[in-house]
Write a protein that binds this ligand. Structure first.
Ligand code: ATP
Ligand code: MG
Length: 401
């Protein structure tokens, strides 16, 4: 029974409105799986017999995100729900989207197109489960099994193999024997997929509570040999072999690999995985932090450069790499003792320096001197007071040939 406290309760209004208009509607896919697994539920998706046009007509707040694939986002009581018309997919010739979709009449036909039995579940508004492929039994025995013939399903869309690995890393499930054999047989198909699709799944893979299980399947299937960067440097995969701790970001993964194999440039990881600028900046910040910490340990210069938003991710990497342990508290405490938090806080600027040496033309010496003052102030060997800084500068004039 779906009671008031039920996580699906808020969405029931959508199902009821569709029913009132004479359509069928069900909760479907990952949300039903996670509900049965008693895991936190992510997005609640709804499948319906109503056409996308009907859905747009029935609800007042809609965002037609993927009309050509039958999906409309419905805003309801402050939440967003994907409402998708029952459909079957055509070919995936661009390895991104199905070339065409065909709307179908029944939920069972819709469930047939889904990747794994545990994801091919629907639930009605009373909590009754529709399970034509024995997904519940596979969930009970922790099995990842394709819906229908694995070879055919993987040849329709090779991303399903990566998704299978991702679910093993998230749930710790076993990949059913035939499904696994077909992954081994079809692994090369992964090379033709759009990298963005692989990356989205790999991000979930890397943050999986059972990442070790996932990595062992990545190894066993040989799929890693067809992934960006690993395909040219299969030896790098060894670095992942003892990964037991889930990662919190893709940037952490890049930093972890690059720190241990600095011969593969950071840009290669960013370019090949088509990572965002945000990921690039975090990966670079984490790599710098690891390199400095590895060489010098904890000091003021280190905490000065470590952005608050990267502390936690840095700590996880320190743990994984078995570098000297450090606590968040130690980092924060040392940060609080700093005289400045950025070079803009310095009691002196480039203009002051020029006034002290009016005979010198502005040039690189200005930047070098400011950098030297910044480091001394951060390390506490100089007080950030204008007069003290001026005295120091006069004793350490710029070295110009
Ligand atoms: P998560 O909780 O991480 O979102 P999910 O199972 O909901 O997991 P989604 O990518 O949101 O994964 O997909 C929603 C549903 O759509 C899946 O449960 C599955 O039924 C179906 N699905 C998604 N991708 C594919 C695919 N490539 N092939 C077949 N079915 C798919
Ligand atoms: Mg989902």
């Amino acid at each position: 029974m779906i009671t008031l406290k039920h996580p699906f309760q808020k969405a029931i209004g959508i199902i009821e409105q569709l029913h009132q208009q004479g359509h069928e509607a069900f909760f479907v896919g990952g949300c039903v799986r996670d509900w049965l697994l008693k895991r936190a539920i992510g997005d609640i998706d709804i499948a319906t017999s109503a056409s996308p046009e009907d859905v747009q007509r029935i609800f007042s707040k809609v965002i037609p995100v993927g009309i050509e694939h039958g999906t409309v986002i419905v805003r309801h009581e402050g939440e967003s729900y994907e409402v998708t018309t029952f459909r079957v997919d055509g070919q995936y010739s661009d390895q991104r989207h199905p070339d065409s979709v065909t709307f179908v009449k029944s939920i069972v036909e819709d469930l047939k197109r889904r990747d794994f039995t545990m994801n091919a579940l629907a639930m009605d508004h009373h909590g009754l489960i529709i399970d034509p492929f024995n997904g519940q039994s596979d969930i009970k025995t922790n099995l990842i099994r394709t819906v229908g013939d694995s070879r055919k399903r993987f040849s329709e869309d090779a991303l399903r193999m990566i998704r299978g690995l991702r679910f093993s890393a998230q749930l710790g499930f076993t990949i059913e024997q035939t499904t696994l054999e077909c992954m081994i047989e079809m692994k090369r198909e992964v090379a033709h997929l759009a990298v963005e699709r692989i990356r989205t799944e790999m991000e979930k893979f890397l943050s999986g509570a059972f990442i070790q299980t996932g990595v062992s399947y990545l190894d066993q299937t040989g799929i890693y040999k067809h992934l960006p960067v690993f395909k040219d440097h299969p030896g790098v995969f060894k670095l992942m072999m003892d990964l037991k701790t889930p990662l919190q970001s893709f940037a952490q993964f890049i930093a972890l690999c690059h720190f241990q194999r600095s011969d593969i440039p950071m840009n290669t990881w960013i370019r090949e995985w088509k990572a965002s600028n945000k990921t690039k900046h975090e990966a670079m910040a984490l790599t710098h932090a690891l390199t400095y910490y590895h060489m010098h340990g904890l000091d003021q210069w280190f905490v000065y450069h470590l952005n608050d938003k990267h502390i936690e991710h840095f700590m996880t990497l320190v743990h994984i790499l078995k570098l000297n342990d450090v606590t968040v508290q130690e980092i924060r405490q040392l940060k609080q003792t700093l005289q400045i938090t950025s070079k803009h806080d310095l009691a002196i600027n480039g203009h002051d320096l020029q006034q002290l040496f009016p005979e010198l033309k502005p040039g690189p010496w200005l930047k070098e001197m400011l950098a030297s003052i910044e480091k001394n102030v951060v390390m506490g060997t100089l007080m950030n007071h204008k007069n003290e800084l001026k005295e120091w500068i006069i004793c350490h004039p710029p070295d110009i040939d």
